[in-house]
Design a protein around this ligand. Sequence first.
Ligand code: FAD
Ligand code: DLZ
Ligand code: SF4
Length: 521
Amino acid sequence: MSKLAVILGDQLSHNLNIFDHLDKDQDEILMMEVMDEASYVKHHKKKLAFIFSCMRHFAEELQSKGYKLSYIKLQSLESKTSFTETLKGFLTKSKSKYSQIISVEASEYRVLEMQQSWQEDLGCELEILEDNRFICSKAEFKEWAESKKSLLMENFYREMRKKTDTLIDIKGKPVGGKWNYDHDNRETLNNKSKISIPERMEIAPDEITKEVINMVQEAFPDNFGDIEPFTWAVDANSALKIFKNFLEDFLPNFGKYQDAMIEGEAFLYHSLISHYINIGLLNPRELIKLAESEYMAGRAAINAVEGFIRQILGWREFVRGIYWLFMPEYLDMNALEAHNALPDFYWEPELTEMNCIKQVVTQTKENAYSHHIQRLMITGNLALLMGIDPKQVHDWYLSVYADAYEWVELPNTLGMALYADSGKLATKPYAASGAYINKMSNYCKNCKYKVTEKTGETACPFNYLYWDFIDRNKETLSSNMRLRFAYKNLENFSEEKILDIHDSTKNFLEKVYSSSLSGKH
Ligand code: FAD
Ligand code: DLZ
Ligand code: SF4
């Protein structure tokens, strides 16, 4: 009897360990497009097209390698609502000819739970393999976490550098003498005339992608976001070409301008690869080696290469560890008791006059992408300062970005951006006033609000919202050493100044929640 291997939509890797367990002549593979997955949030249209096109390309590649593979399309009668129901239908039709179902553990808690129920629900022996694409296993992370008083990404990252022998010299020390070059990575780009950012490599949609684009437009007409132009890679070879183009043209400036934001420049020197890694087209280990080689060959400086590697070997693995350590409780955390609704301008950028928000949401709509500082310090920061319910913010981030899967999106949103986990992931809330945005971007130049004004109708909302946030959370946050300057400052504020801050905040929130800026979505 043969095995049935179930490959999920973010497991599109030719080196997935499941292939070591399959006999091409005897075993079979099943891939399923199902409505529950396509609709558990209202995914951005470009994200849906990307996932389905990558899945269909991967299936074709496996078939051409000689695997027997059944592929169930979303609009076929065989696709039921869920993975389990679709699988049940498939097994019934195949007259239960399989001795075992084999699958790699799902990356998300919700889907892993479903997967674990298959043996009982389907009455078939089940084997679930560990996902070998992550560099730190769940058990290894747990062991590391149990030996620590607090979980610091930097300490975890150093362990990972040593474990993988990445940027380590022959004496076992970090290459260049430092583990972390973040201090060299805070340059701004506000004078745009001085720089010329290279063009991005684009890939024209083939017939499979065109078919999928039509299908998504027909089946999900009301979802957020522009589906076209669609210029992404949808298979591993093309994704690797895009990554190599990043190494050549963008990596040398990656570190320096990592935190910069410029109106009209959505991508700057970022790699734009998170959606490829998360879906399985690019392998993190390979990317780290290739980036390291750029430093060894003298083509990129240590601050750029270390900064880039830290994102993948450090942050990406760390957030996954945090997710699995604290799920399922993590999903319900709301340490700052934030209960406001997500304003409609997160979906309709034309509804706000805050230029920074308008720019980031517009880019998100067009590209299903924005870079880290835009996610953290613009849309995330505003949600934090406004006290928006973490669940609604989580839903938004999970919907709108092409790289969003709960295991990586949730800790970033709920932990890093909103501090709703009371500091499990980050050592302090990333709260900032307009001054930070003005320093790191040129958004304020074209804004109706005045970044230099602290309170009142024309003042930048980030300014008074920041102090309102600091003041209203003082019981929870004032003991945090990293906020001591903020609380020291607040002590010196006059009563009148505090009243002004509260008034401006109240007026702003009233305007947002009483008008068409909220409630439609
Ligand atoms: P680069 O800046 O070029 O970085 C290189 C790679 O490092 C990324 O492709 C990514 O794989 C990894 N990386 C960098 N930072 C992080 C991080 N904090 N966590 C995990 N991996 C990281 N990333 C996702 O992959 N999916 C998400 O759903 C997601 N949601 C986020 C939500 C919020 C509120 C915030 C603040 C961050 C989120 N991130 C998420 C992390 C980060 O913003 C994106 O990985 C990054 O912007 C992707 O763009 P890039 O490929 O150009 O990254
Ligand atoms: C995100 C997504 C979407 C939109 N559609 C599918 C699908 O139809 N079939 C599939 O196998 N996976 C899909 N995915 C990814 C899953 O929601 C989920 O992220 C993975 O199964 C890992 O948990
Ligand atoms: Fe954003 Fe305030 Fe600057 Fe306007 S003035 S762009 S709202 S930070």
